[in-house]
Design a protein around this ligand. Structure first.
Ligand SMILES: NC(=O)c1ccc[n+]([C@@H]2O[C@H](COP(=O)([O-])OP(=O)(O)OC[C@H]3O[C@@H](n4cnc5c(N)ncnc54)[C@H](OP(=O)(O)O)[C@@H]3O)[C@@H](O)[C@H]2O)c1
Length: 280
């Protein structure tokens, strides 16, 4: 298959591109070559390359900054995605689009199914939901994959933050009242590779396996344990540790439909973390 990856300089794309390139003829472009908010640029590039599938890794992903910078978040995550979807429609290619657990409000007590009703509580979540809506209303041939709490080699992420803070003297305080499933970008990339070969278009959830979710305090503790650090961590609450953007209290995603439709089994989160820490 001829695949075009948009947003090639990002954290997910960094791990996805080598994995996809092994099996597919892949062109990967960063914002300098393919700015998804520039309609002419999008149509010119897609018209020239004529991919069978576009994987969209481009996004405005700064959750807290999006609260003050809503216009830019919507420009990239909604309008930009709309342009990609329209170009896919024009040139007859499929779209694999990546979305987020932050489209949900976090009021559930059990893992979210792909067809549960989204209700974002942040500007970032709202902008990503708007992008999803464009994909679903413009195209029939799409894979829409929601994932959560990504960490990978090439990007700012929670694992790096905890390891960096652990080296300093200050006490670590991490929230204990938000449940999620962390996801290693290499695993997400492997899952994407499996799904895009199936032709089973639709909405999916893919994260690492946590059996109902873990909280950030547990995740931080496991990061230090895996690294062999004895630094103490103190649990705290999201009220004490306020941030500009509200996070869902519970954003665990049910991945069973992904496994059913692709055959890909998510890796247990501790195993993923071990691989990642061994690698960095
Ligand atoms: N990170 C997470 O924890 C997480 C969780 C759930 C879902 N997701 C979703 O997963 C996907 C990948 O996330 P990620 O962490 O890999 O994001 P990332 O590292 O921020 O990568 C996104 C890339 O898109 C680029 N970009 C921004 N505006 C663009 C535009 N107009 N045209 C083309 N490229 C543009 C960014 O460039 P600049 O850096 O120069 O802006 C960046 O290189 C995103 O859809 C994100 O919403 C992420």
């Amino acid at each position: 298959m001829k695949v075009l990856v948009a947003g090639s300089k990002g954290m997910l794309a960094h791990d996805l591109i080598p994995i996809i390139s092994k099996e597919h003829e892949t062109t990967s472009l960063g914002v300098d070559e393919l700015d998804i908010t520039d309609k002419k640029n999008v149509f010119d590039v897609v018209g020239e390359i004529r991919p069978d599938l576009i994987v969209n890794c481009a996004a405005y992903s700064r959750v807290d900054e999006a609260e003050k910078d809503k216009e830019q978040a919507f420009l990239v995550n909604a309008y930009g995605v709309q342009q990609l979807a329209l170009a896919c429609q024009e040139y007859g290619c499929a779209l694999c689009h990546i979305s987020t657990d932050y489209v949900f409000d976090g009021k559930s007590t059990k893992p979210y199914q792909p067809f549960d009703l989204p209700c974002p509580v942040s500007a970032y979540g709202a902008s990503k939901l708007a992008g999803e809506t464009f994909v679903r209303s413009i195209l029939n041939r799409y894979y829409l994959i929601r994932t959560s709490s990504l960490y990978g080699k090439n990007g700012t992420n929670f694992v790096y933050t905890i390891l960096r803070l652990a080296e300093k003297e200050q006490a670590l305080r991490v929230v204990q009242d938000q449940q999620m499933s962390p996801t290693w970008t290499v695993n997400l990339a492997q899952g994407i590779l499996r799904l895009i070969c199936t032709g089973n278009f639709g909405v999916y959830h893919l994260t690492d396996q946590t059996d109902g979710g873990i909280n950030w305090y547990e995740f931080a503790s496991q990061i230090l344990k895996t690294k062999g650090s004895h630094k103490e961590i103190e649990p705290t609450t999201s009220q004490e540790f306020a941030r500009p953007a509200k996070r869902p209290q519970y954003s665990v995603l049910d991945t069973s439909l992904f496994t059913l439709c692709s055959g890909y089994e998510p890796m247990p989160w501790q195993e993923s973390l071990q691989h990642f820490i061994d690698m960095i």
